[in-house]
Design a protein around this ligand. Structure first.
Ligand SMILES: [Zn+2]
Length: 275
């Protein structure tokens, strides 16, 4: 089943797209539109609905926050539809030339993410007629991920930095130490409203991010203590009472897994990035 809805806040329009192969969608991705700028392109599984929904907009540039398939799934079709440049951080441009393969679960829920070589690198700012968006690197969830910050308006487009107060699935290449640092970086910014790519906007963005920071620090602290006692990641997982979503873990071949989060804390502790 497919679902689409639209929202707005001040000058920001945003659109929510969800797909589920069997029942009502539970996972959604947002595309934002402000003053001619489109932020992200959604998932390939919703391409037709996305193209129809956005058709009324006057888009003159597109920006990609990171290479994940629910943000980069429709770059080429939307570039062709609006005949406009598509910008992304340098690291994202590189990753999109030969993006990492997707698991079956990711293909099933979001759809494929073809390579794209025409992205224009931009690491500093994106300007529209009325607004100036600073590009803030927030790696961790993805190595190339950035936020867009409009200082005058106090808007923060936080990509996948927040998503939720807890983490259900963790990708193999995520870094918990970088996530902690990125939240600290963002908390130092003077923003009023946080636009999350998988949730509605937050007027209490700092509060929810502080909760997430606490969660990540508590989790990694517990993992490190058990690791210091000599436990292996699987043993740490068990002794923390964690449970995998068996089906998702299976169909993603372990790509989406809470064990990955334990392993990330151990890895980051061992390489000195988690103190
Ligand atoms: Zn992501």
């Amino acid at each position: 089943m497919r679902a689409t809805s639209a929202f707005s806040h001040e000058d920001v329009k945003y659109f929510n797209f969800g797909y589920n192969p069997i029942s009502k969608p539970t996972l959604f991705s947002f595309i934002f539109y402000i003053d001619g700028l489109l932020i992200d392109t959604g998932q390939a599984k919703m391409r037709k609905q996305i193209q129809q929904t956005l058709a009324e907009l006057d888009v003159d540039q597109i920006f990609i926050t990171h290479h994940h398939e629910d943000h980069s799934g429709n770059i080429e079709p939307l570039k062709n539809q609006f005949d406009c440049p598509v910008y992304a951080p340098n690291k994202c441009c590189d990753l999109m030339k030969a993006p990492p393969p997707l698991s079956f679960a990711q293909k099933l829920v979001w759809g494929s993410r073809p390579a794209y070589r025409e992205l224009k690198p931009e690491d500093y700012q994106i300007k529209t007629n009325q607004y100036n968006f600073e590009i803030i690197p927030i790696p961790g969830h993805a190595p190339d991920m950035v936020a867009l910050f409009e200082r005058e308006k106090g808007w923060l487009f936080s990509a996948d930095l927040y998503i939720n107060a807890y983490i259900g699935y963790y990708l193999k290449d995520e870094s918990i130490a970088q996530q902690i640092q990125s939240i600290k970086t963002v908390l130092a910014l003077d923003f009023e409203v946080m636009f999350c790519s998988h949730n509605l906007h937050f007027d209490n963005g700092k509060e929810v991010l502080k909760n997430k920071l606490q969660y990540l620090q508590d989790f990694s602290g517990k993992v490190v203590r058990l690791h210091q006692q000599g436990l292996k990641p699987k043993e740490i997982f068990k002794s923390l009472g964690l449970k995998e979503h068996g089906f998702i873990n299976l169909i993603s071949h372990g790509e989406l897994s809470k064990l990955n989060m334990v392993k990330s804390a151990v890895r980051d502790y061992e390489n000195g990035s988690l103190t």
